[in-house]
Write a protein of this length. Sequence first.
Length: 512
Amino acid sequence: MKASTTTPRRGGLDRRRTAREKGVALLLTSIFTICLIPVVGLAIDASYMYVIKAKLATAADAAALAAARNLNVGMTMAEQEASARSRAEAFFHANFPERYMDTLSKSVTINVAETTSRIRTVHVNASTRAHTWFMSFLGFRNVDINTESTASRRDVNLMLVLDRSGSMQTAGACTPMKEAAKVFVDGFANQRDRIGMVAFSTGYSMGYAPDRDFKSTSPSIYDQIDKITCTGGTNSVQAVKEAWDEIEAMNEPGALNIIVFFTDGQPTALPAVFPIRMVNDTRYGYGTDGYSSTSTQYNMNPSTCKDAAGKVYGQVGWAPIPRRGIIVATGTNRSTGNTGAIIKSAEQPLTSPNLNVINSSVTTSDEYASGCRFSTSLYYARRDVAYIPNTDMYGNATNCCYQTAASSDKFSAGAYAGRLRPDKPITIEKAASNALDNQATTIRNHPTLFPVIYSIGLGNVDEPLLRRVANDPASAIFSTTQQPGLYAYAPDQTQLYRAFAIIQSEILRIAR
């Protein structure tokens, strides 16, 4: 008897299993779809809100920056703050227009306040309401979007140092310089920033003592700039030092402390305490007293300067007093041309000075002791002065570190061997350039005021020197341990507005 075998009908079972699986898949798909739609909708709405938020933040940032820039517009602080708010609102609305991406409303609030000493901060709070697309099915019909932005502006203490030497007048640049300087000053905030002005030629003029009300006082800084006349030498170091003394006296570490130095040429004047020549020596002639050539060296007698007791060199008990003043390089021959007078290093008026008398109110003193020929003529400095000292009257080195004196710039023999010659204009220029370079370095090294120096050159200037003075990043000796400045160049007087504007923009940029 054979065993029987029963084979199951698998086709029916497979069909039933497949049907059940399709039903589960459909159920899961339905569940996932129900869950996925809100997630996708939320992602779309979130992206929509993100775009609006980014646009709102951009508009708030633009408003804050515009307000900070506009804090210089207006004569009074109230006018400046009102102008800043108005400017901020205009920028906000321009960058976030009505109904942007179908938003329902928008608002902006601008506050201007002095947050810390000499620092003013603009705070912008902006908001808008946007409706939702998919989230509204969940009951969220509108979403409020908010953003904030701040921008600060440091008040500025600025001394403007303007070259008014004779070469400015010769080149026709005196008036263009004054006009460019007035436009420059106008970019700063009256009653907030403190602005002053020093003008210089052979000596210096405190043309306008630093003042916060510089636009509306009488006379204003504009009036004083208009008074400038251009004549004389180029005593750069004294002008920069006097400007720095004003900033140092303010002693405001919270402010942005700045010197803006403008010149059209090489420094040609040096203030120092000069020793009187006591011995015979050989030096270049000066065009009088039989010394007819400035290219020939002569054996010259000692100076006829008298000491305080009225004695001259050679008399018993003679005790010469070094003369404090300014020696000037003049003429077109830089090697053997004329050297100028020694003059009392006092403040001079803005109008044309007599090169021998800086200030008529200064009385005769030991520095004008009788018998000194330099007090009556430009050219006698080279016979009365023994040599150029190694430091100027402020302690700045004259024999380093920018210009190196050649052997021909020094006396080769005699009592003054190795000393810098006062009878060569090129030597005076080198000494004056070194003094300016060292003075600028000393200023920038101040440990608490962190001063910044900017320089502007017109025409044929010593650009490497002006870059060093400013600590311009393009300078060969740029120092990362000092505040960086900037050098701007004007090839001619038609480019002065542009050069001043470059410096103005840089100052206002770092002020905020």
